[in-house]
Design a protein around this ligand. Sequence first.
Ligand code: ZN
Length: 362
Amino acid sequence: MSSVASHFADSYAEAREKFCASVAATGGSLRSLRNPTLGPDGGRLFMDVARYGADDAPKMLVLMAATHGVEGYCGSGAMINWLRAGRVASLPADTGALLIHGVNPHGFAWIRRVNEDNVDVNRNFVDHGKPHPPNAGYLAIADALKPVSYDDASLAESKRVIDAFTQEHGAFGFQQAVSGGQYSHPQGLFFGGHKPTWTNRTIRRVIREELSHARLIGCIDFHTGLGPFGYGELINVSPPGSAAFEMAKHWYGEEMTSPEQGSSTSAVVIGAVLDAFSQEAPEAAFCGIALEYGTYPVDEVLEAVRRDNWLHIHGDLNSTQGRAFKAYLRERFYPAGAKWAEMVWTRADETIGMALRGLASS
Ligand SMILES: [Zn+2]
């Protein structure tokens, strides 16, 4: 195994151990916020937050892994490689770093995109005091996406509904309907929740407690599942024309994409975790992107999510089918082998470098 790949992990427990050891070896301070649930092995689950630099550093680099649970294997490996490569040593005096490992530790440990409440954490940061946004497309296909049994007859029927929807709205219209976020089906896919999740409450606290002194925050939230294998797309979910959007354009250039401008592989999403930074650290200018790594074709990725959703509601995790579904999902969000891991790290190092140059020049 290459040394780069050796910093990636096979389980949440292994990832956490490697992360905490790397923080200790590089002189970071670490705080661990416990999630109230347990992992499949009965182990405890944490959002681990490592901090580097002066307590009052006005500029802060923030890296986040596992907003989407299983996608955390990617972000974890990237962060650990960044630490092991000694990059902390070259942070300027006015710049600190905050590495948030296990944003959604439950999904990370259980090999799921969602959290302990079947909530897509990255659709949960909406104002729950207001009516939740409707998703008419999802309503049309909700039942087809979640057949009661995963047998040939129900799959044929749901395929008929999905094919008809895709015929009418296009493949990207289908992706938008499924993955844009929905607030009507708590047991469905990409459900945004009806109240702030543990992750939502906890990360807001971390932002308030760790970033109140910051005047400029450059954040990278690691994701996987969209785009060409191993390529990291720089996605900006801020409204085009906003100050955050313009700053990101300045930092990352023309390769930065925008779902709202139609230039991204991602659907337009609402309630993203990055929205919390400006709300909880209003004194700081914020420049955040999602670094989205490709794995497999999007229809396979959505099918993996659909199988996992069915498995946890109707299936048996310990059955042959359950294990096969789980392995399918894992590969779709965390491809095995050193090649993908090496591509992840190379692109992560490059992108973090862009963020640091942006922090230095803004
Ligand atoms: Zn994601």
